[in-house]
Write a protein that binds this ligand. Structure first.
Ligand code: PLP
Length: 456
């Protein structure tokens, strides 16, 4: 039998021509977003002041299974896609496992992550609508980088609210955003009411994603010709990220493989939602039954310990309400948390699938995550982002279980990006100052107590 190569590449022509919208095959749809003022499902007219028109339509479209990828976007995709599917022969050998391990590597572009897949689409639609610019937030910095790259290409202005602790810890991320002409503010800032309010209450706060979202939304709706864009959580983002899964499935078909276990890290759920999309379709339609595992940090455990409830997507409580697994919009992971994936909620699509039993979720502690990252780097020669290393951790754990049971199963996991801007975190792991913190039930209760009271 011919040995499967290390890297399975598609051709440029094989880049998908349509995104796949998983919601179309869900018999029970995710609960609708609600307008916070009226408590009624958000309509297109509610969304237009905030989002670009085409993106608002994609957000609310639960029924169109395949949506054309405009040729201009495919042309941009061709600059850095298709991304490789890689057989982790060396990791398999190191683990002495009978499992076959594949990973889809999305870190091969300047943003260093899968986020560019959606940034390109969002910038394109904003430009097509004739807008002047977009605003957004960024946590670890990958989304801000991806968006500024995409906006530079389409000649669109971009204002990025960067969570203050990242702004201070990752000056080089900020410099990349500025290289692409993005304007960056540390959040909370004094450029918005939401930011000023938080600074008044907590002058020493290091910021949060929820707060940065509030600022970015406010800036967008109060600036002529601007809209707000978001790099995760939303249905439209999962839609764009389906290129990851569609390419993975096609590449696996070329080598006669199909994954028994699919693993992805989950912050807001966009890479996982994209990776699993075509495989979840098989599961929903009964064509196949792979196990699907979401991996989250033990310090920010929205799926494994959160509540499935309507909540705000931001701290300022100005965004529509989404029904999702959430820790409460004011939840902040403890300060020692280094590994990204710090959002309080989760994609409503994934939340619904998890609630209905189509997916599993596990949480892992950060020292274990970095242990996996270092092992992976040595054997596969890619320095993974801490976020991605959550998926690596669980892939390794599953591969070790398969060694014990002697089963030759196939694992596919998403390697979402590279970790060059996370060396402070790597350093603290290597010099053993990194600690783990798992919130107590008491800690979590504070977040749950502030959930809006909506029974739907
Ligand atoms: C943003 C990011 C994530 C988490 O976001 P999701 O929307 O959950 O995919 C994971 N990995 C990397 C490298 C990221 O930049």
């Amino acid at each position: 039998m011919k040995k499967i190569p290390y890297k399975i590449y598609l051709t440029e022509e094989q880049i998908p021509t349509k995104w796949y919208n998983l919601r179309a095959d869900m018999k029970e749809k995710p609960a609708p977003m609600l307008n916070p003022q009226t408590g009624k499902p958000a309509s297109l007219n509610d969304l237009y002041p905030v989002f670009c028109e085409e993106l608002a339509k994609q957000e609310l479209d639960d029924n169109t299974a395949y949506i054309d990828i405009p040729e201009e976007i495919r042309e941009f995709y061709k600059i850095y896609r298709p991304s490789p599917l890689i057989r982790a022969y060396n990791l398999e050998k190191a683990l002495d496992t009978p499992a076959k391990i594949y990973y889809k590597f999305e870190g091969n572009n300047t943003s260093g992550s899968h986020k560019l897949n959606s940034a390109v689409a969002q910038a394109y639609y904003a430009k097509k609508q004739g807008l002047k610019g977009v605003t957004t937030e960024t946590g670890a910095g990958q989304w801000g980088t991806a968006l500024s790259e995409a906006c530079a290409y389409y000649n669109l202005d971009v204002i990025v609210y960067m969570v203050k602790c990242s702004y201070e810890q990752k000056p080089f991320r900020r410099a990349i955003i500025e290289t692409f002409d993005g304007k960056v503010y540390p959040s909370p800032s004094n450029t918005t009411n939401a930011g000023r309010k938080i600074l008044e209450k907590k002058p020493n706060t290091t910021g949060s994603l929820g707060c940065a979202i509030s600022e970015a939304v406010e800036k967008a709706v109060t600036t002529e010709g601007y809209r707000y864009v978001l790099g995760s959580v939303l249905n439209q983002v999962l839609l764009h990220q389906s290129v990851i899964g569609l390419e993975s499935k096609k590449a696996m078909e070329m080598i006669d493989e199909y994954p028994d276990i699919i693993i992805g890290c989950a912050g807001g759920g966009s890479n996982l939602g994209g990776l699993i999309a075509p495989f979840m379709k098989d599961k929903l339609t009964g064509a196949a039954n792979p196990r699907i595992i979401a991996v989250e940090p033990a310090s920010c455990p929205s799926l494994t310990r959160g509540k499935f409830a309507y909540d705000f997507c931001d701290t300022g409580k100005i965004t529509p309400l989404a029904k999702m697994y959430t820790l409460g919009s004011e939840f902040l992971p403890s300060a020692n948390h280094a590994g990204g994936l710090r959002y309080h909620g989760m994609s409503p699509v994934l939340s619904k699938l998890y609630h209905d039993g189509y997916m599993e979720a596990v949480s892992v502690e950060q020292t274990k995550v970095f242990e996996a990252a270092v092992l992976f780097a040595k054997h596969e020669t890619i320095l993974p982002a801490p976020e991605s290393a959550h998926a690596i951790r669980t892939a390794i754990d599953e591969a070790i279980k398969l060694k014990e049971s002697g089963e030759e199963k196939t694992i596919l996991f998403g390697l979402t990006g590279t970790g060059y801007f996370d060396m402070i975190a790597y350093d603290s792991y290597l010099n053993k100052t990194m600690t783990d913190y798992i919130p107590t039930d008491e800690d979590l209760k504070k977040g749950f107590d502030l959930l809006p009271n909506i029974n739907m």
